[in-house]
Write a protein that binds this ligand. Structure first.
Ligand SMILES: [Zn+2]
Length: 161
């Protein structure tokens, strides 16, 4: 709530649990450095980019500027946006202005070809049906709503997989 500093509010009790008021608000800018293309492509072209090691072929998305096995500089590659759920959870309390619609399901998706899962949120997914190995694909917000943020896209069930 604007103008109200929750840090000085008394705790509340609900169903035997202490609900502790607090405030997290930090405004800052951070450079994405060599990985800036990831965010620019999200915003401008609705493309999900990863990086690939020219020596061992590892593909990273989140992208890495260098391979952590070979220490080689990686090259940019476009990801298909398709993958499979590796882990997930349901979020009932939003701690971020980036995601205010609760409850929502978030988790890690191992994109096709990628070495590690990419964490983001799911939409249009049945909380009772989601499971490890479930095929999903990335969908992007419309251009006017994309900010160059990980929240410019989300995962939905991939019915065609
Ligand atoms: Zn490598």
């Amino acid at each position: 709530m604007p103008g109200k500093d929750l840090r000085f509010e008394p705790m509340k009790e609900q169903d035997g649990f202490a609900i502790i008021p607090d405030t997290w608000k930090v405004d800052f800018y951070a450079s994405a450095g060599e990985l800036s293309r990831f965010f620019i492509e999200l915003k401008d072209n609705a493309r999900l980019m990863g990086t690939k090691c020219p020596r061992c072929g590892s593909v990273y998305c989140w992208p890495r500027s260098w391979c952590h096995d070979c220490y080689e500089d990686c090259d940019w590659v476009e990801m298909s946006g398709k993958g499979r759920v590796q882990m997930f959870g349901t979020v009932f309390i939003s701690l971020s202005e980036l995601q205010t619609e609760v409850p929502y399901c978030a988790g890690g998706v191992l994109l096709d070809g990628a070495r590690y899962p990419l964490i983001n949120y799911f939409r249009d997914i049945d909380f009772a049906e989601i499971h490890p190995g479930m095929p999903v694909r990335a969908e992007f917000l419309v251009p006017e709503k994309r900010l160059g943020s990980i929240r410019d896209f989300y995962f939905v069930p991939d019915q065609g997989a």
